[in-house]
Write a protein that binds this ligand. Structure first.
Ligand SMILES: [Zn+2]
Length: 125
């Protein structure tokens, strides 16, 4: 399958993407330096997503790597499956869980950009 070309963003466009989450990764919410930002295509180009600023979010290297060519809901599902995978595959995790050292807090994933969108919505109410 041919991968569609991405155009190179201008400095102004990159800054617009960076400003969307005011210096945080759109997915995990970690603090993100401009120089370390990776531009994520929310709906991957491979899946027909637009190569347009409206389809771009700032991401840390790790989130961009794990999201890869997944759509947001597929990425959420992947993340939600981490506790089950750890319980199945990681003996240190299983032992730690049995001894009460580690604990699964939730498998409910809310992306940072969704949290800040909700916060702004509440402010408008
Ligand atoms: Zn991240």
């Amino acid at each position: 399958m041919k991968i569609p070309k991405r155009r190179k963003l201008s400095k102004e466009e990159r800054m617009k993407v960076y400003e969307k989450c005011k210096g945080y990764c759109a997915y995990c919410g970690c603090a993100l330096e401009y120089k370390d930002m990776q531009v994520d295509h929310v709906n991957p180009i491979r899946c027909g997503g637009e190569d347009d600023i409206s389809n771009m979010l700032p991401a840390c290297r790790s989130c961009n790597h794990y999201k890869s060519a997944l759509k947001p809901e597929e990425f959420r599902k992947y993340l939600s499956g981490i506790p089950k995978r750890l319980m199945r595959d990681s003996i240190p995790f299983q032992v730690g869980e049995r001894f009460g050292i580690v604990r699964i807090v939730t498998d409910d994933v809310t992306f940072y950009y969704e949290k800040i969108k909700n916060k702004n919505r509440n402010r408008e109410d």
